[in-house]
Design a protein around this ligand. Structure first.
Ligand code: PLP
Length: 323
């Protein structure tokens, strides 16, 4: 297995604990949570793990500036801005579509971390990033582009290691988990987890809740990326298509459109457990998990893990939709 370059940005392992009141409220299964929202960079989240590898790659290529893209409230963009600050690199964010009246939530944090923002309007963000690269080069700087969501094999490798971290924690708890449930969008998180589970021959499914794309589109991306991640790590294992599990029943009115399912999930976790999920990713993923619990997808005696991937910063830009 290749030993990949990594910078330290987070605190590992993130905790795993039981959501006992939530489990009881639904009459089982036992639901546990893995707290990647406590990763330790900015307000936390899955991108901290990916950025440990992506920033190391940028530094190894002598980059002076990292450039990435996302929506206004992108957690990935915000975590990239924080990681760049920590590593002493410049950061430019190509955000879509345009400047809102007030910089709230993650956009406020992007500015706090000193990121420069270029609004994409209705242009292709990839083209905007190319232009930003050209501008940086002509100013004598070295740009490094981090793809949307940090979801290439470099970033996804982080979740290969995260699955190993969780497998150790499951052993310590003396539990075999039926499923790990996780929000899945650009795919790097779930693809890395699937690659990790495949290499360890775990009996645990990695169940993605689709956040933005229909299942066939997301599943194909996940399958390709999981296998690319194994190749990047130089591991001789293969992820078969049937190891890619995606539930797209919770897409609602579309990406970042908050509906009653997300509202209910956010309130349920807040009121039963005193914990916070965000309206775009983890709220939707938790709505998926709760929906599957209600459909009796699991036996009451099963153990299921909700992998909290962060997003807390975005919550504060959605207070009107939530209250
Ligand atoms: C909070 C949060 N959870 C989950 C995801 C989904 O992760 P991925 O893009 O790796 O599928 C994202 C992606 O931006 C996110 O911000």
């Amino acid at each position: 297995m290749n030993d990949l370059p990594r910078v330290s940005l987070g605190h590992w392992p993130t905790p795993v604990h039981e959501l006992a009141r939530l489990s009881r409220a639904f009459g089982g299964p036992r639901v546990f949570i893995k707290r990647d929202d406590l990763s330790g960079l900015a307000l936390g989240g899955n991108k901290t793990r990916k950025l440990e590898f992506l920033m190391a790659d940028a530094i190894s290529r002598n980059a002076t500036t990292v450039i990435t893209t996302g929506a206004i409230q992108s957690n990935h963009a915000c975590q990239t801005a924080a990681a760049a600050a920590r590593c002493g690199l410049r950061c430019i964010l190509a955000l879509a579509p345009g400047a809102p009246e007030r910089a709230q939530g993650n956009l406020f944090l992007d500015r706090l971390f000193g990121a420069q923002i270029r609004w994409t309007g209705d242009r292709d963000p990839a083209q905007v990033m190319e232009e930003l690269c050209a501008e940086e080069r002509s100013a004598g700087r070295v740009p490094y582009v981090i793809p949307y969501g940090g979801s290439n094999a470099v970033g996804a490798a982080a979740y290969f290691y995260a699955m190993r971290e969780f497998a150790r924690q499951a052993r310590e708890l003396d539990l075999e988990f039926a499923d790990v449930v996780v929000a899945s969008s650009s795919g790097g998180t779930q693809a890395g987890l699937i690659a990790g589970a495949a290499s360890l021959h775990l009996n645990t499914n990695v169940q993605g809740i689709a956040i933005s794309d229909p299942a066939p589109v997301l599943a194909e991306r996940l399958h390709t990326l999981a296998n690319l991640t194994l190749q990047h790590l130089n591991i001789r294992a293969e992820v078969p298509p049937d190891a890619v599990l995606v539930n797209d029943a919770y897409l609602g009115a579309g990406y970042a459109r908050v509906g009653s399912a997300e509202r209910e999930a956010i309130e349920t976790l807040a009121r039963l457990e005193g914990l916070v999920v965000d309206p775009v990713y983890t709220g939707r993923a938790l709505a998926g998990l709760i929906g599957m619990v209600k459909e009796r997808h699991w036996k009451a005696s099963d153990s299921v893990l909700f992998w909290h991937t962060g997003g807390t910063g975005a919550l504060f830009a959605y207070t009107e939709e939530l209250l």
